[in-house]
Design a protein around this ligand. Structure first.
Ligand SMILES: Nc1nc2c(ncn2[C@@H]2O[C@H](COP(=O)(O)OP(=O)(O)O)[C@@H](O)[C@H]2O)c(=O)[nH]1
Ligand SMILES: [Mg+2]
Length: 155
């Protein structure tokens, strides 16, 4: 007889628990939070850069950027006026709740109204890991093909 071990379920439930804790922290400090997702080069950071001058007039904004390496995106968000924290995943193709928790530790959340999390550029893995934020936003980049939402339904 072959036994099945539901490892994936256990990992995900641990992530979900930490995501709930992240959500409590975010809610307690009265911050609205979004998880911005898209493939690499779709324009996530560009959107943040363009939104900053408009939104910063009425709200205080923190940005958490997830990338495999470098602080290029956090530097861009900071140059646009955000308080920015960079997460380097070291090869992992998505952010998870533990990574977000570490980044939240670097912010005084009570000082902000809006938290934008820019996830690692990828249409697959980021859709599977709850972070604890309020809303997820997908940028669908037309040059990649209008069939992509059908091919990556999780996203
Ligand atoms: N033409 C055009 N270029 C864009 C647009 N959005 C982003 N880009 C360019 O595409 C490149 C990648 O954008 P970036 O914001 O870094 O994408 P990210 O990887 O999703 O964060 C940059 O060179 C941007 O200037 C857009 O709407 N139109
Ligand atoms: Mg980016």
């Amino acid at each position: 007889m072959t036994k099945r071990i539901p490892v994936v379920e256990k990992i995900m439930s641990a992530n979900d628990q930490i995501a709930l804790e992240n959500r409590s922290r975010i809610d307690n400090d009265g911050v609205f939070s979004i998880n911005l997702m898209a493939s690499p080069g779709a324009g996530k950071t560009s959107l943040i850069e363009r939104m900053m001058p408009v939104l910063a007039k009425s709200m205080r904004i923190a940005v958490i950027d997830g990338d495999v390496a470098s602080s290029i995106d956090a530097d861009r968000a900071a140059a646009a006026g955000a308080t920015a924290v960079q997460i380097n995943t070291g090869g992992t193709c998505h952010l998870d709740a533990v990574m977000l928790r570490g980044a939240l530790d670097e912010l005084d959340l009570a000082q902000f109204d809006l938290l934008i999390v820019e996830n690692v550029g990828n249409l697959i893995c980021p859709a599977s890991f709850k972070l604890g934020v309020h809303k997820s936003i997908l940028i669908a980049s037309v040059p990649e093909g209008d069939d992509k939402p059908y091919k990556y339904p999780g996203m």
